[in-house]
Unconditional design. Structure first.
Length: 318
């Protein structure tokens, strides 16, 4: 049961992005031009095993249009990874990914996510517990960086590649760099070379600063990665995975269709339970980079309810 093996190479992956790649935006990206693999936002394994479970589990809502889809988890306690993995199998996900890359200070202070790079004993326990929780029913993968405070790409990658994981995503920065410095694809190539040297049957996915399918091809040629993951590229163009279309091809009415579809699906999914302001990040994506965009976008920034946004869309349609 390893969907990674069945993918035609090179393949593309939509990156997990907290408060961005929820079920609603994933469905929009699927409409615009599907990646080969989707990831959920990161979800706390400890939270899933707490009284707050119901709220946390909302991150794991999925629709059939996003497939294959990998649930990403993070957390501290191996026993919670075990139980979360059991749940995720039960929920019908195609894979489970362990976050060992998030650099956010309040998170790494808890000794989790990218802090696991400097705590191999706990990283080992977490991977083993997750693998045991899946009982071999779905593949386990890890998404990580080149190091925590300093680059230690090969040593860290060798440690991970010696586990029974099926895929490894390398974001070409260390944790301390957050996303401020350019991604180092030469280091990502070192991971591919190491995997080949060790003779491991593990899929390597490169990630960082890729914004088009041409760049995907270039990175694959340069490094030999099996697939490329794109995150912020979807902010610039939600059609980034579509070889034949770009958001720049859309006229205003078509852009408004995207806004309206997003708002309708958001309302259907969350009603008024989720902060309406979250939508503004998406309005910026759909209403940018054309003559008169700034003025129209400003109007979207001022709306405060589903009704107001619907009225605005109506008034802008020609
Ligand atoms: C808003 C935002 C939220 C993110 N949330 C997650 C997350 O939940 N899990 C994760 O592994 N990485 C997360 N990341 C990191 C991305 O998955 C990706 O590794 C990073 O943005 C670099 O790729 P890019 O240059 O294609 O954006 C997030 C990034 C952004 C910008």
């Amino acid at each position: 049961m390893n969907f990674w093996k069945d993918l035609k190479k090179p393949f593309t992956v939509l990156a997990p992005m907290e408060d961005v790649t929820d079920v609603v935006f994933r469905s929009i990206v699927a409409d615009c031009g599907r990646p080969d693999v989707f990831f959920t936002e990161f979800t706390s394994a400890d939270g899933l095993n707490s009284p707050g479970r119901e709220k946390v589990a909302k991150r794991l809502v999925k629709r059939n249009v996003e497939s294959p889809i990998v649930a990403q988890i993070w957390g501290k306690k191996p026993e919670n990874y075990f139980k979360a993995a059991q749940d995720i199998v039960e929920m019908g996900f195609d894979g489970i990914d362990i976050n060992m890359g998030c650099p956010v200070r309040k998170i790494v202070k808890q000794g989790v996510c990218s802090a696991l790079i400097d705590n191999e004993p706990l990283a080992h326990e977490v991977i083993q517990a997750t693998i045991e929780g899946t009982a071999g029913k779905i593949p386990v993968s890890v998404k990580t960086r080149l190091g925590f405070k300093v680059k230690r790409t090969e040593e860290w990658a060798a440690f991970l590649l010696n586990h029974d994981i099926q895929a490894l995503t390398i974001h070409g920065r260390i944790s301390k760099e957050m996303s401020k410095f350019p991604c180092d694809w030469d280091e990502i190539k070192k991971v591919v070379d190491l995997k080949n040297k060790l003779g491991k049957d593990i899929v390597i996915i490169g990630n960082g600063d890729v914004n088009s399918l041409d760049e995907v091809d270039q990175r694959v040629r340069e490094t030999g990665v099996d697939g490329v993951m794109i995150g912020r590229g979807v902010f610039k163009d939600p059609f980034v995975f579509n070889p034949n279309k770009s958001i720049r091809d859309l006229n205003l009415n078509e852009r408004l269709d995207l806004v309206e579809t997003h708002v309708d699906r958001f309302a259907e999914q969350y009603g008024t339970k989720r902060n309406f302001e979250v939508l503004k990040r998406f309005f910026k994506i759909y209403v940018s980079d054309f003559d008169g965009a700034n003025e129209i976008r400003q109007k979207f920034m001022e709306v405060k309810s589903f009704n107001e946004v619907k009225e605005l869309i109506k008034s802008l349609r020609s």
